[in-house]
Design a protein around this ligand. Structure first.
Ligand code: 13P
Ligand code: SF4
Length: 301
């Protein structure tokens, strides 16, 4: 039997659902039940009636699924799948920051550890960060963390008083305004899509046609009639875009925009994860209870 066949059989025998992020390896996306961005996958994790969730993504996504679904078993097929951005702030650092701004409302991007989420008032993803910030009462200051570029983008869009944590994603921060200028000249007329974590999206907005989450980019790909589109994010997204729209040419802003954490999981890991119930993601009950409210606000927005 093929590896894909083994995975599907085990999935059904074990009562599992396989969720994969848009940056996963193409073959892992192809075997998943649902593929999408952080918000979509969080919602799918809640909607599923299966007792096991296999999260082909990174640790903070699997932890989020566990916090929202305490009675389900959540598996991360490779424990090395972390996130450089999530590592840029600890709960201790956040507590210190909060003590410097008493009364401020904390909005934490989903790319954070469970312990950091437990200190937050709201969580958000790239697809609802602006909507979440608009929900915070107008007289309140906001601490936004950990991504400085997403925070700056939301600050510009909303005009709110937002203090920014100076974290960034090691993959997206490398995409610079000069790369956009170069793409504009090299691909005249091609719309340029940028993820809000990009170092370039806030600093050279005049070159960006749309700032979108990864699912926003996928929806754009489905609908566009443009002969070519330039995509400023991790290259794993191109697989889905090309499948959904074979007539448009999707060109990455940088071929080197590869997240090593997102590539840790392969098909053998997914098979072994199902066969051996590994690696189980647990979040201490007290941490999960504190983080749940902020995450439920994110899911509802
Ligand atoms: P999305 O929620 O847009 O998929 O982004 C997740 C992520 O990790 C981007 O680097
Ligand atoms: Fe984290 Fe960046 Fe990888 Fe997304 S692309 S998982 S933010 S390191």
């Amino acid at each position: 039997m093929s590896l894909e066949g083994e995975i599907r059989t085990l999935r059904d025998e074990r009562g599992a659902v396989i969720l994969a992020h848009n940056y996963q390896r193409p073959e892992v996306q192809d075997v998943a039940d649902f593929v999408g961005d952080s918000l979509y996958l969080s919602r799918k994790a809640v909607e599923s009636d299966r007792p096991i969730l296999v999260f082909a993504g990174v640790r903070f996504m699997a932890e989020t699924a566990k916090i929202l679904n305490p009675s389900k078993t959540v598996l991360l097929p490779d424990p090395r799948a972390g996130c450089g951005l999530a590592d840029s702030i600890t709960a201790e650092q956040l507590r210190t920051w909060k003590s410097e701004h008493p009364g401020a409302v904390v909005v934490a991007y989903i790319n954070t550890s469970a312990e950091v989420k437990a200190e937050a008032d709201y969580c958000c993803t790239s697809s609802n960060a602006e909507a979440i910030v608009r929900k915070v009462p107008a007289d309140k200051e906001i601490l936004f963390l950990p991504d400085v570029f997403l925070g700056e983008y939301v600050r510009k869009r909303t005009g709110r008083k937002i203090h920014l944590w100076m974290g960034d994603c090691p993959v997206h921060a490398k995409l610079r305004p000069e790369d956009l200028e170069h793409a504009r000249a090299a691909h005249p007329g091609a719309p340029i899509l940028a993820h809000p974590e990009c170092g370039c999206s806030t600093q050279a907005m005049e070159h960006v046609d749309k700032v979108l989450s990864t699912d926003g980019m996928v929806r754009f790909a489905e609908e566009t009639r443009a002969p070519e589109v330039v995509v400023a994010t991790e290259v794993g997204i191109l697989h889905r875009m090309r499948l959904l729209n074979p007539t448009t040419k999707f060109t990455p802003l940088s071929e080197g925009a590869i997240c090593p954490f997102m590539k840790e999981i392969d098909l053998v890991d997914v098979r072994d994860s199902l066969a051996q119930t590994r690696y189980v993601i647990d979040v201490p009950l007290e941490t999960a209870a504190k983080a749940r409210l902020a995450l439920e606000r994110m899911i509802a927005a």
